[in-house]
Design a protein around this ligand. Sequence first.
Ligand SMILES: NC(=O)c1ccc[n+]([C@@H]2O[C@H](COP(=O)([O-])OP(=O)(O)OC[C@H]3O[C@@H](n4cnc5c(N)ncnc54)[C@H](O)[C@@H]3O)[C@@H](O)[C@H]2O)c1
Length: 344
Amino acid sequence: MIGYGYWGRNHVRILAGLPGLHVTVIENRPDALREAQQRYPMVAGASSLDEVAHVLDAVVIATPPHAHGPVGLQALRAGLHALVEKPLATSVRDAAALVDAANDTGLTLMVGHTFEYNAAVQKLKQTISSGELGRVLYIDTARLNLGRYQGDCNVIWDLAPHDISIASYLLGEFPRKVSVWAQRNVGRHHADVAYLRLDFGEGSAPAFIHVSWLDPNKVRRITVVGDRKMAVCNDLSDTERLRIYDVGVATPELCGSGAIDAANVAYRTGDITSRRVDFVEPLLVQDSHFIDCVRTGRRPDTPGESGLAVVRVLAATDEACRSGGTALVERTDEGEIATAEVAL
Ligand SMILES: NC(=O)c1ccc[n+]([C@@H]2O[C@H](COP(=O)([O-])OP(=O)(O)OC[C@H]3O[C@@H](n4cnc5c(N)ncnc54)[C@H](O)[C@@H]3O)[C@@H](O)[C@H]2O)c1
């Protein structure tokens, strides 16, 4: 386990409880390393990967994003399988280098797109695939809270990897075009609130993503609006994490001018039902899947290529921020850095 910070300690809690693993925490802050070893006396400790790479089989990397590329490459070159937290890297070049290194060596490279291991999100995908919602018209996501401000990337690179991966997972393809509205309110360099529009292939629904470090409410919500029913996934609810709304608008007659006659719009308001979703911690599912992939050679459900695809979208958001317009995802192969100044 590389990095015992806010998120790394959750991985350690999980890894320390999985059978058949010997866990080593690699952390370059001595106080954090000491804390890890006091809490988990059975784990080994080291201050750098160099010291212990020769006795390891695999690493989970939960350092700040800018270190994912170099540390991931170091691990793969040392012959270690790697699960890298999102975003896979902070540039397309670094992410592609990780994917190439894994492919060259045959090692497992997996990215921590945790929400694809979330039972409510998986059930939402099944609901869409079953046709129950009808044709998906659009997806809307909100990932808001007061904080946590990150030093080395903007709110898009910090939070939107989840929503980009969720929307891509639900629609079965990656975005081709992004538009961004972003604003910096605190500090000097990074946008802390952003709205993204993701456009997918021809005929596919768009996704609208709202991410914020500057909001009074903690919100983790995915809304899927279909032409038959609508669904809301609320990851913060204990008991109703996926609701299906049997509501909609009946196709209204068009007036002579081609406009809608608002007086004749008919609204259908049927039952709102809550789907049963058994709670299993998504991080446990994700990390167990990684260990399984390492042991069996199975390809991860979120392989390095998915991490690279999401980084391409993130790099396109930088381009869209700079231009104040829209960016094509495929044109951002040379995307360089995650913290572009936002065009205000
Ligand atoms: N999947 C999720 O839901 C989720 C949630 C939160 C954070 N994250 C991701 O987890 C990663 C870590 O985030 P965080 O909030 O825990 O950051 P953090 O700053 O709290 O912790 C990072 C830790 O890594 C250590 N570190 C940095 N470089 C190192 C190196 N080369 N070797 C050893 N230790 C090193 C730091 O000392 C620090 O303790 C980020 O990529 C973040 O995006 C994912």
